[in-house]
Design a protein around this ligand. Structure first.
Ligand code: AHR
Length: 333
């Protein structure tokens, strides 16, 4: 009788051990951050739909993704360059769904128009991660997490820097170089800046136009602003590339950027820090493009069954003067 009981107990314990191991095998996240699907022994597949290559910042983000998900990382990366077209990004997502990838990363060029394709990914059970730009509010159930910056705060910080620099109760004629029409980065950076300068009735945005986040367009639009208006005190560019283009236009017009016209921007790329050192750019609000590691961790967490924050925010700072010069040697992108 005693012997039968012991045998039964042994069988039960063995069954328990086997079931624990079976459970682990379904879990993709292994300690130390390697990520193979232990059930199949294969790498996890990430499909990433990038916007294109409009700026130095975008290049740094692409590099970060390619480095993080390189061979040996436990992932296979399927990377698509959307060439600045939403339709290309949508097509890429549909291809990823057909290929049954394990996760999809998307940097949405504009905020609207994603509902149908993201619903298709959701129906296929594929988690979607938005990287750096958001989509229209109200669609939060269509993606797992948004990883990126607070664009409204970025615009606000630049405006506060300007108010502090010029002084309260003063006047300033400001021209604005906006990012891609309909992009969350452009909409929110405009909102943050515009709302913050309302505190100063003498600060006026006299002209505002898109320059599509590119250096060439930044130069072109600034040239037209300078021809039409001789009273510009400040240019606020939604990214560094447009600011660097504006600097060229200001110089070609025979004026001193950073002195005759204050130049303010967002991103914090190396070229902007160099321009601050040369006295041509006054301030850049950092926007972190190195999002690959955070994306990888988020996918690992989801695969491990962990609940994620809806918004995984990046750490960022504002740079001007000596602080930017000191940070220049360590700036990698
Ligand atoms: O979405 C982030 C913005 O897109 C960056 O500020 C800009 O440089 C990029 O192209």
């Amino acid at each position: 009788m005693k012997k039968t009981k012991r045998t039964l107990l042994t069988i039960l314990m063995m069954a328990l051990v086997v079931s624990i191991f079976a459970g682990c095998a379904k879990n993709d996240a292994a300690p130390g951050g390697t990520t193979t699907d232990t059930a199949t022994g294969k790498d996890l597949v990430l499909g990433f739909a990038q916007i294109g290559m409009e700026s130095g910042w975008r290049g740094a983000e692409t590099d970060s993704i390619k480095e993080t998900f390189a061979p040996g990382s436990g992932f296979e990366l399927k990377f698509s360059d959307g060439q600045q077209k939403q339709e290309n990004q949508i097509k890429a997502i549909r291809t990823f769904i057909a290929q049954k990838v394990d996760a999809i990363g998307l940097a949405p060029i504009v905020e609207s128009g994603w509902e149908t394709v993201l619903q298709e990914a959701k129906d296929a059970g594929i988690p979607v991660f938005l990287l750096d730009r958001g989509i229209t509010a109200g669609n939060e159930d269509l993606y797992t997490s948004f990883i990126g910056s607070d664009f409204i705060a970025e615009g606000e910080n630049v405006a506060k820097w300007l108010i502090n620099e010029v002084g309260t109760g003063k006047t300033a004629n400001i021209v604005e170089l906006e990012g891609t029409v309909g992009a969350s980065a452009a909409n929110d950076r405009k909102k943050g800046f515009d709302d913050a300068i309302k505190a100063e009735p003498g600060f006026k945005i006299t002209k505002s136009q898109t320059a599509e986040f590119t250096l060439a367009k930044g130069k072109e639009v600034m040239e037209s602003f300078l021809k039409a208006d001789k009273t510009i005190d400040v240019v606020y560019a939604h990214n560094d590339d447009m600011a660097l283009g504006a600097i060229q236009a200001i110089e070609e017009a025979g004026l001193k950027p950073g002195t005759d016209i204050l130049v303010l921007s967002i991103d914090g790329v190396k070229g902007a820090f160099e321009a601050i050192k040369e006295g041509k750019l006054n301030v850049t609000q950092e926007c972190n493009p190195l999002l690959g590691p955070q994306l990888k961790q988020a996918i690992l967490d989801v695969k491990a069954g962990k609940a994620l924050d809806k918004w995984i925010k990046s750490d960022e700072d504002i740079y001007f003067g000596q602080k930017a010069i000191d940070a220049l040697p360590d700036r990698k992108y």
